[in-house]
Ligand binder design. Structure first.
Ligand SMILES: Cc1ncc(COP(=O)(O)O)c(C=O)c1O
Ligand SMILES: [Zn+2]
Length: 366
């Protein structure tokens, strides 16, 4: 497979066989890789995210770390008389869509021969990396904010990861892992470009489930943008290969209490630094300083999308409304449902809302 890593700041290139997660200049890396979609072959493969094999940047099948996950159901529902397709990504082995990113990233780590990694997380990404490292026999240290839901902490520990509970904010956790990452490979869901190569499979599945057609809009929660940017990368690849013609609108939803991207979208495309925010029940997206903010805003602009905010009370009522339909999700996931309820969209538009995280991990707060 022909692929290379490229720095977004100084444009230096690295072979993908180098075990790096950022550029030597400190810049963010992007993966240059030509994804292909042999539709006839794909359609007769097992219903997992790995059916898009020619679009996933792992050289050798023997390195793939997978639980045969993915190809989650896409089901039609109605909220206040408005139709929506719910993509049930809370039904993953570790209970969130982050398994998509973890499956590709940990496979790459296996391919690189790395034996130990560190990762920081508000809970779900840490659980996903811990689960796949358990399967791959890779040692991992996971850094989380001390206030993370008890269910997520327990899950990470039970997978056998070393858990580091960091007092203070999500940013304090990011600082702690940053130090650790100076000497150990950083399996970061937001710095490491291979994670996005996994999250992009969500939109591949949606497009295939719609008969190889793009929806009109996809509405999703956004903090660091792993699902949002994965969706954008996947859409661009599908468009390049002429599987779809036009890009659907990408609508990112943030909790009003912590909405740096929504504010930047309205004003000058700059994140205020330092950015002040309040607690939110949407713990998964309480990210004050998303490192890939520029790319997120670009994806929204190019798809003619939007970034909107929802209030805590609307997240709670969307959570209850969704659970009462039988989808047991966590509050962060309900942010997108609340966004769907708020966002004005043409009647009969095909709108997809991914349900991103399972509710069992956050039962106390729900
Ligand atoms: C349940 C859930 N949904 C959505 C997200 C959003 O992901 P991101 O911060 O990558 O935008 C997260 C992140 O942790 C999450 O846990
Ligand atoms: Zn650089």
């Amino acid at each position: 497979m022909n692929m290379k890593l490229r720095c977004q700041s100084c444009h230096k290139e690295y072979p993908s066989s180098e075990p790096i997660w950022n550029c030597k200049c400190g810049g963010l890396l992007t993966l240059d890789f030509h994804a292909r979609f042999p539709v006839d072959k794909i359609q007769i493969r097992k219903p997992t995210m790995w059916r898009y094999r020619e679009a996933l940047p792992i050289e050798h099948d023997k390195h793939i770390i997978s639980f045969d996950e993915g190809f989650t159901p896409l089901v039609e529902e109605q909220f206040s008389g408005k139709k929506v397709l719910l993509k049930q990504d809370h039904l993953f082995p570790s209970g969130s869509y982050k398994d998509r990113g973890a499956s590709v990233l940990v496979s790459k780590i296996k391919e690189l021969g790395v034996k130990k990694v560190v990762e920081d997380s508000s809970g779900n990404a840490g659980a996903a990396i811990a689960a796949y490292c358990a399967k791959a026999n890779i040692t991992c240290d996971i850094y989380v904010p001390e206030k993370t839901s008890a269910g997520k902490l327990l899950q990470i520990e039970q997978y056998g990861a070393a858990l580091h509970k960091i007092p203070g904010t999500r940013e304090d956790t990011a600082k702690a892992v940053w130090l650790a990452a100076q000497s150990t490979y950083y399996a970061s869901h937001y710095w490491n470009p291979f994670f996005f190569q996994g999250t992009k499979t969500c939109i591949f599945e949606i497009v295939e489930q719609l008969g190889w057609n793009a929806p009109d809009a996809i509405i999703l929660p956004v903090g660091n943008g792993t699902l949002l940017l994965g969706t954008y990368i996947g859409l661009k690849e599908l468009q390049r290969e002429k599987i779809i013609d036009t890009l659907p609108k990408i609508i990112g939803v943030q909790a009003e209490n912590c909405s740096p991207l929504a504010q930047a979208w309205k004003k000058h495309h700059q994140i205020k630094n330092p950015f002040t925010w309040k607690e939110t029940i949407a713990e998964g997206i309480a990210i004050a300083n998303p490192v890939r903010a520029k790319d997120i805003l670009h994806a929204i602009k190019e798809t003619n999308g939007d970034i909107i905010t929802v209030k805590e009370k609307d997240i709670i009522s969307a959570l209850h409304a969704t659970i009462q339909k039988g989808y047991y999700i966590e509050p962060t996931s309900a942010v997108a449902v609340a966004g769907f309820q708020k966002y004005p969209i043409r009647k009969n538009a095909v709108v997809v809302v991914p349900l991103t995280g399972h509710g069992l991990k956050t039962t106390r707060e729900s």
